[in-house]
Ligand binder design. Structure first.
Ligand code: NAD
Length: 354
């Protein structure tokens, strides 16, 4: 019988380094594949075409239509491409949107995936797939969804605009912050979460001073891997629930929403999980993890108010209702009235309520 704290972590090949993307042909061969379909968003088609060039005869084609929240209609168009080109693996180069498309293909076809992340969202390290259809976002977890190979090439994140660098980093930190109080956490997941938080708290200010500093960029990618890995290993709570609701039902952008909600959700949970959240205070200073994250976000010029993302104040009642209909594990009791207060502060851009 497995130990109750055992982690199920299937073997994933993870490589870091400048220009590591250029080993892509070897990685495809290592999987025993010979026809790779390269995926990207329309905005990153240059990166996808570079991959196809590096792959030469191993490239089955390029599909550059990935969209945020993995719409099923896009996946179906990509699956038609997979079948036409007889692709035997996918290469996803981009952020969580492109990696989500690769996962959606793998879920339907069991094709192996090589992911080359260009943001810090962390999706490449999880067996989780979120998909949208008819305006509804659903999430599943399945072993076929976890990518086989991750290549972290710091040269690729140097092009990430600074505002997106900041919000994507806070998105990653949110996985680690919630891992600190997850009911199924272990000593190992906590250590990894702290490593991830440390990487961003120490290296992100360096990256903002010099966005092309490859050593600092690589350190933040190591942080993204640690944060993504714990996201895949332990359960998430209030913060992720709120962001899922705001993204899925109000179409708010993923990374920015995470960045704004994080200090508020953590201040809320610090009421009952002060000790578990202490590592955040140790890294960022201060006595309340939520307020410390708020000050950190302010220092980085992160967006602070949901109203800046276009959410209407009149939507807050419905958001509070949607986020509290189904119970889920959370350190501090979740009530609709308290969540409504949290959302009001996050909407206005006020300090989190301790
Ligand atoms: P994204 O992939 O949507 O990227 C946002 C935009 O930035 C896109 O236009 C993209 O092409 C561009 N971009 C990305 N990297 C760039 C770079 N280095 N240089 C220039 N432009 C670049 O953003 P994201 O925040 O990484 O991903 C969000 C999506 O990922 C959401 O759909 C979310 O649900 C999903 N996600 C899933 C998981 C999971 O475990 N399933 C985890 C985190 C995020």
């Amino acid at each position: 019988m497995p130990h109750p704290n055992a982690q199920t972590t299937p073997a994933v090949r993870v490589q870091f380094g400048s220009s590591i993307r250029k080993t892509i042909a070897d990685e495809v061969r290592r999987l025993g594949a010979s026809q790779a379909l390269v995926l990207s968003t329309p905005e990153q088609n240059d990166a996808a075409f570079e991959m196809a060039e590096l792959l030469g005869p191993l490239a089955a084609g390029v599909f550059c239509k990935a969209e945020m929240h993995t719409p099923v209609r896009v996946t179906e168009a990509a699956m038609a491409h997979v079948n036409e080109t007889k692709a035997d693996c996918v290469v996803a180069i981009g952020g969580g949107s492109t990696i989500g498309l690769g996962k959606a293909i793998a879920y339907r076809s069991d094709l192996p995936q090589i992911t080359i992340p260009t943001t810090y969202a962390g999706s490449e390290a999880t067996p989780i797939l979120g998909q949208t259809e008819n305006g509804e976002k659903t999430t599943l977890s399945h072993p076929s969804v976890l990518p086989e190979v991750i290549l972290y090439d710091p040269e690729l994140v140097t092009s990430l605009p600074l505002p997106m660098t900041v919000t994507s980093a806070l998105n990653a930190m949110a996985h680690a912050a919630e891992a600190l109080y997850a009911t199924n956490r272990t000593g190992e997941t906590t250590a990894m979460a702290i490593d991830g938080l440390r990487a961003f708290s120490e290296e992100l200010p360096e990256v903002l001073v010099n966005p092309t500093d490859l050593a600092a960029r690589e350190a933040t990618q190591r942080g993204a891997w640690a944060c993504g890995t714990v996201l895949g290993q332990v359960g998430m709570s209030l913060h992720h629930k709120l962001c899922h609701t705001l993204g899925g039902s109000f179409d708010l952008p993923h990374a920015q929403t995470h960045a704004i909600i994080l200090p508020h959700a953590i201040a809320y949970n610090a009421r009952s999980a002060r000790d578990e959240l202490q590592p955040i205070c140790d890294l960022l200073g201060g006595e309340n993890a939520g307020l410390a994250l708020h000050a950190f976000a302010q220092k980085l010029n992160a967006p602070l108010a949901l109203k800046e993302l276009g959410l209407k104040e009149s939507d807050l009642n419905r958001a509070a209702e949607l986020a509290t209909t189904k119970p889920y594990p959370n350190p501090h009791p979740v009530t609709r009235s308290d969540i409504r207060l949290l959302l009001q502060a996050a909407w206005s851009g006020d300090q989190p309520i301790p």
